[in-house]
Design a protein around this ligand. Structure first.
Ligand code: CA
Length: 227
C-alpha cells in the first residue's frame, strides 16, 4: 500500500514513516500542501495521512482538492482538539482523524481500521484464491495448496500488486510504479522476465496460465478469484 504522509514536522514524519513501514506499507512524504497535491497527481497513492496545520495550503483545502477527484481513504492529524474542528475535518471528506499528540501505534491501528471498512481486500492478512493459491502477507509467503513457493522479493511484490486487484489490467509501467520504489532501474522488459519466472513457479501449466494472464496490447492481469 502506498501511503502519502503530509506533515511539516520532520520528527513526526519520521516516526510515522517508521511505524507504517514496519507494518508493510510504502511511504511517500510531503512537507507542504503543494507537494502533497503534486505527488497525489503523479504517483499511485492508496491512502493519505494529512496534517491540518501546513506552511502553505491548509490541510482542509488539500483534503477538499483530493476529494474533488478521488474517494481514497484520508486520515487527518490535527492539533486542533476542539469539537468543531474535528467535525469540519470529517465534513471535508476525511475518513477518520487523530488528535496530536497521538501514539504511532494508534495511527497504524486507525489506518488498518479504515482499510477494513473501505477496502476489505487490502486489509486481509491472508489472500486465498481459486486454484489453491494463497498469499500470507505477514510472512510474505506464497502457497500452492500446502506447498510453499519460493519467490524473489521482486516476484512477490509483482504478484501481490496484481492479486490485490483481480482482473484489473496493469501496464508494465503501472506495475513498475506500484510494485517497486523510485530507485528501480529496470526497464519494461524486466517485468516480462519476472512474470515468466513467476509463471514457472505458481502456474500448473505456465504456457496456459490461470493466475498471471497476458492482456495483449496492455500488459498483465491476475486471473484468480478471491475466496
Ligand atoms: Ca503541522
Amino acid at each position: 500500500m502506498n501511503i502519502l504522509v503530509v506533515e511539516d514536522e520532520p520528527k513526526a514524519l519520521s516516526v510515522v514513516r517508521a511505524y507504517l513501514e514496519r507494518d508493510g506499507h510504502r511511504v511517500l512524504e510531503a512537507m507542504d500542501g503543494e507537494r502533497a497535491l503534486l505527488l497525489f497527481e503523479t504517483v499511485p497513492v492508496d491512502f493519505v495521512i494529512l496534517d491540518l496545520m501546513l506552511p502553505d495550503i491548509c490541510g482542509e483545502e488539500v483534503c477538499r482538492r483530493i476529494r474533488a477527484s478521488s474517494q481514497i481513504p484520508i486520515i487527518i492529524l490535527t492539533a486542533k482538539a476542539a469539537e468543531a474542528d474535528r467535525l469540519k475535518g470529517l465534513e471535508g471528506g476525511a475518513d477518520d482523524y487523530l488528535v496530536k499528540p497521538f501514539s504511532p501505534r494508534e495511527l497504524v491501528a486507525r489506518v488498518n481500521a479504515v482499510l477494513r471498512r473501505v477496502s476489505p481486500l487490502e486489509s486481509m492478512r491472508v489472500l486465498r484464491f481459486s486454484g489453491g493459491l494463497s498469499i500470507h502477507l505477514e510472512e510474505q509467503g506464497v502457497f500452492a495448496g500446502k506447498r510453499q513457493i519460493s519467490l524473489t522479493p521482486a516476484e512477490y511484490r509483482l504478484l501481490l500488486t496484481m492479486a490485490r486487484r483481480p482482473l484489473q489490467a496493469f501496464t508494465r509501467e503501472q506495475l513498475i510504479a506500484r510494485a517497486f520504489d523510485e530507485s528501480y532501474e529496470g526497464c519494461d522488459r524486466v517485468i516480462d522476465v519476472h512474470i515468466k519466472n513467476l509463471r514457472q513457479k505458481i502456474e500448473q501449466d505456465p504456457r496456459h496460465p490461470l493466475f498471471i494472464q497476458t492482456i495483449f496490447g496492455t500488459g498483465y492481469r491476475f486471473g484468480g478469484t478471491i475466496l
